[in-house]
Design a binder for this molecule. Sequence first.
Ligand code: ADP
Length: 471
Amino acid sequence: MKKIKVLFLASEADPFIKIGGLGDVAGSLPNALLDLGDEIDVRLIIPLHKQIIPETFGITHYSTFVTDLGGKKQSVDVFKTNKKNLEVFFLSGEPISDKEKVYDSNIELDGEKYIFFDLAALEFIKRDGWQPSIVMANDWHTAIALHAIKQRQADPFWRNVKTVITIHNLCYMGAGTEAILERFGISKVITDKIPWWGKHVPLPMGILAADKIVTVSPTYSKEIQTAEYGCGLEEYFQYRAEDVVGIVNGIDQDIWDPEKDQAIPQTFSISEIDNKKVNKQYLQELFHLAPKPSVPLLAMVTRMDQQKGVDTLLEAIELISSEKYQMIILGTGNPEIEEKCKLLEEKYPEQVRAIIKYDGKLSRQIYASADMILMPSRYEPCGIAQMISMRYGSVPIVRATGGLKDTVTEERTGFLFEHINAGELAASIIKALRTYKKKDLWKRMQTNCMDENFSWQNSAEKYKNLFESLV
Ligand code: ADP
């Protein structure tokens, strides 16, 4: 059988750089695809963000070329390392190296960085003579690469290349980059298939160009075809329904392993779930909470964004004030939400801690200690935190949306509520707190959680089937 060559383009990939769930995916899926066997080959390309320190990852210079991008000569530096058997390339050049942040609040800065990256990646792979069968883009940042491939159909190198776009978050489309697109010589698309506002916006342009549209969970693939979740593209997704596929993400079970995790005070396995209490005690002491093993510890590890429903949680807390619980919220992002969390901590000093920062080590300690993890998301294309929490025997309380609905089962591995409102969330929390008191039942739920298989192998096989259907 012909080998399928997949070029994987992403804005972030763990462990080189990780901001959110996309970093987890791009850090794991390419290797998981390679692990499926010889029929598939993968290369990953990401930008050499300022935050990536080459020496840490054995990243070395690979090549330099000068190319004409949008009528301007631009120098592109290519760097390379290996992540096990995966070849990872990093692109640099002024529009990348002069940016301070991976994602900037100034969309034009991001536009300049990622549109340059996308075009440079295509140019590099062609110069390197590595002709892909599939180019897989992720979110708006790499979507323009797919549009550019469709524009290059006269070029035999690109003519038969198939394209897949994976949508991790539909709401961020890259709007506001029109002037940058223009500068790179990329015009508006001419079509009546998408609304007028999307014709010069990276994500809709990439979706329009893609042969297949993947969402990171089956439920989300249906949700985006509705007005509530479709961000204005629902009619287009309905029109392309046959090409819209939902593949739930996995987690890297080696990286997220309570039996081996170096960041947690006490490792544990499914047969020693009780050892979690050592971790819980450690966190209670660290955050000056009463060191009581019997008080349920609820936690949330999240970007502080409207999407994540932190505001709903804050309201729900007011409805459960007569309950015994402790809560740790770890997160950073929107300053208003951060502030509200800090105010909550002031109001409930005996119970609530709000830690406003990004801290990978602490997140692990929280997953390893918490009895319950909260994810009251307004929408959740897949969600990774609920899978990590289950792996660490923390029972998730989630809104029944997107990937949360696909990965959590009511009263078997977690608790789900339907609508985003404080009343329903509070009712779900209370149900969990009641169940927690039934020790045998609770342990069974924890065991069910830890028994779930969220390995990347399952998802990688589905991606492989999709690629095979295309080539
Ligand atoms: P999203 O990608 O929308 O942010 P996911 O649940 O898919 O949400 O992935 C979030 C990932 O980021 C998880 O691995 C979670 O543990 C991690 N994370 C989020 N906020 C923090 C934080 N403040 N500190 C450490 N890790 C965090």
